[in-house]
Design a protein around this ligand. Sequence first.
Ligand code: PEP
Length: 255
Amino acid sequence: MNKKLRKAVIAGNWKMNKTRPEAKALIGELAPLVKDADCGVVICVPYTNLETALEATKGTNIGVGAENCHWAESGAFTGEISARMLAEMGVQYVVIGHSERRQYFGETDVTVQKRVRAALDAGLTVILCVGELLEQREAGITEEIVGMQTKVALGGVTKEELAKIILAYEPVWAIGTGKTATAAQANEVNHYIRTVVAGLYDQAAADAMTIQYGGSMNAKNAEELLDQEDVDGGLIGGASLKAPDFAAIVKAASR
Ligand code: PEP
């Protein structure tokens, strides 16, 4: 299947940045710059900015996502937010399994799987992150790591539900470090992930799957990364906080 038949999605991950007035200003600046995008455009923002983002993106082509969700529908989970709460607000996307959640907040492949299930049940589209640590790449086990993360996270996900999953390959050593994977490295792992999806489901499902790359993608390197056959968009951290930079990446994906 030709790459052009897959939907490229450029998603911003704002992480723990922007107050509500700052969020409103950034979206106000971004919306006109990306209005003609020929790819999906999404911003994933802190919970406190969701309402502002939903309001500010009304009538635009920008989708809104959260950066995590809990797996339970409700209950005694102080400080947590459920997928159902997000969906009820009108949120459409949620990032699950980001390496910062795995590194700093005890996220495991099993909790990722539970969160994916809850998000799908609530009707959200999941941006599911997988990626190896530097030591794992150096030990030559990148494929084993991303393969296992992908298989566990997709455990129980039906072929029909894959339409609501975007995979994001994010080598941990490239996130927020300014160290980007080369276009060839990104394509190689994205291609491997596609073979894992083909093994779990079938080739048609794998061919249709949007698989992003994330890790220090910016206005300068986006074009080369996004040109790769198996790279269908990007998950963008730092560069999503500046409207012209994020818009340049969206433009590169729209070619
Ligand atoms: C991310 O947060 O998913 C990310 C890729 O960050 P950055 O672009 O800053 O490396």
